[in-house]
Design a protein around this ligand. Structure first.
Ligand code: ADP
Length: 449
């Protein structure tokens, strides 16, 4: 059974079901007919004899039997006898029935061997001649009528219906599975060519298969996007590493070939160290991204007190007195969320770091953390250089920098994309409002899971 296709399994099930159904209906029919036929047969016998008796009369002293007289109908046999009990019309196999005394209009039951027979007589009296009797009889268990119909149904109609139903079922499933074959064909093509831009052709009727195709297409789209992002990330990361490596090699060459005194050597080593720090920061960020990605799978979360984390970070920054920037806090106590503590710390740190980096001398930073209904909102504002409207949608992309000169070569364009990614795996959303020359407000909204 395991090796059978779904098409065949459905057809077999369908056919078996039809056969069982057909036999159940037949069994019921036979049962019902057994119970009802007896009275129906009696009625039929009376009806046949009564109508036949109207077709027999004397015409000018001669016995006249009309053409409408029926000798046999549905197992009921009709016969005519004269007043001496001699059969004039019809043929009866059973002498017991022939010899049975005539009684007008009374239905009698005669037992011959194992079988019961119903017998019914009608007297036709006329002044033109002697009495005439019409005698009808029928076997009691003449389910013959019903049975013959049932057997016809059983042996002709039902097998025909079953064959029709199975064929119909098979073709319907064959047709229904066509789109599935298309899906698996497309998946094979994608596997072979590695081309994720291919899509499954959508069928017109919006059934389950249509939904499946749409889901697959969305999955391919997402995979394509992820692969593209991965490719870009690797190429951007290599590009970012190439610059410091080139500078380091150039400085080494200069030091070996041209440096004539200790000052020049120190200068070269200083430049090399600066690039070393830059590479180290970049590698650190790349490792962080890997950690975030791994965390999406492991979800090593716990309830953390976000208020404490934000307050603690601000306490660390304040004494540094960077650019003489002041800090205003509006942090509600004991706001907790389900989070990875090191990732969430990194998110807050990146936002504060940017506010300092792009804030103006002697400016201010406002940090607030509050509940709004069921949403926890973290907001970091500065009155620094701001961002133009056109640049705003791009700042969340990896390695995107508005202007390299803005951050004195310190920024790598990874901070905000990390903030966004960390927010998303914490069921959060990022928002930004900014006006060039006036400042920016970054908000992270954490929704209850
Ligand atoms: P970077 O490491 O360059 O700061 P980010 O991803 O943190 O990278 O930021 C991306 C860009 O967004 C930066 O190049 C910067 O120009 C801009 N930006 C980020 N934060 C602010 C801010 N608070 N004010 C103005 N510009 C900002």
């Amino acid at each position: 059974m395991r090796k059978l296709s779904i098409k065949l399994k459905i057809t077999i099930w369908f056919t078996l079901f039809m056969i069982i159904l057909a036999f159940t209906i037949l069994a019921c029919l036979i049962l019902v007919s057994r119970n009802t036929s007896s009275s129906e047969i009696k009625n039929l016998l009376i009806h046949v004899v009564d109508s036949n008796s109207k077709e027999v009369e004397y015409d000018d002293g001669e016995l006249d039997i009309d053409d409408d007289y029926v000798t046999s109908k549905n197992a009921v046999s009709s016969n005519i006898f004269d007043d001496k009990g001699v059969q004039i019309k019809g043929y009866i196999d059973y002498p017991e029935i022939i010899n049975e005394p005539f009684i007008d209009g009374v239905l009698k039951t005669i037992t011959i061997g194992d079988d019961n027979f119903f017998v019914y007589d009608r007297l036709i009296s006329s002044e033109e001649g002697p009495d005439i009797w019409v005698r009808g009889f029928v076997q009691e268990n003449s389910n013959i009528i019903m049975a013959s119909v049932l057997y016809k149904v059983l042996f002709i109609l039902f097998p025909l219906l079953i064959i029709l139903a199975s064929l119909g079922g098979y073709f319907i499933t064959l047709h229904a599975f066509k789109p599935i074959n298309k899906i698996s064909q497309m998946a094979k093509e994608i596997e072979k060519s590695g081309d994720l831009s291919k899509r499954i052709e959508l069928i017109h009727n919006k059934d389950e298969i249509y939904n499946l195709s749409v889901t697959f297409n969305n999955m391919f789209k997402q995979l394509e996007r992820n692969f593209e992002a991965e490719r870009n990330f690797t190429s951007d990361a290599s590009h970012e590493l190439r610059t410091p490596v080139t500078i380091i090699l150039a400085q080494c060459e200069y030091a070996f070939e041209n440096a004539t005194n200790m000052d020049e050597l120190y200068e070269a080593i200083g430049a090399i160290q600066k690039q070393g720090y830059r590479m180290s920061r970049l590698i650190e960020s790349l490792l962080q991204f890997t950690r975030i990605e791994q965390n999406i799978e492991t979800k090593d979360f716990q309830i953390v007190n976000l208020s404490q984390i934000v307050k603690g970070l601000l306490k660390d920054y304040k004494p540094l007195n960077i650019k003489n920037i002041s800090i205003e806090e509006n942090i509600d106590d004991d706001i907790s969320i389900n989070a990875d503590i090191s990732l969430i710390t990194r998110l807050v740190q990146n936002l504060i770091q940017n506010a300092y980096r792009y804030g103006k001398e002697s400016g201010y930073i406002q940090v607030s953390l509050n509940y709004k209904e069921t949403v926890v909102i973290l907001s970091v504002s500065d009155n620094g250089i701001g961002i133009t409207e056109e640049e705003l949608p791009n700042i969340w992309n990896r390695f995107y920098r508005v202007d390299k000169a803005r951050s004195n070569g310190n920024g790598m364009g990874l901070g905000l994309s990390m903030v966004k990614q960390i927010a998303e795996i914490h069921n959060g959303k990022v928002e930004v409002e900014s006006t060039i020359g006036e400042g920016s407000t970054f908000r992270v909204l954490f929704y209850k899971k």
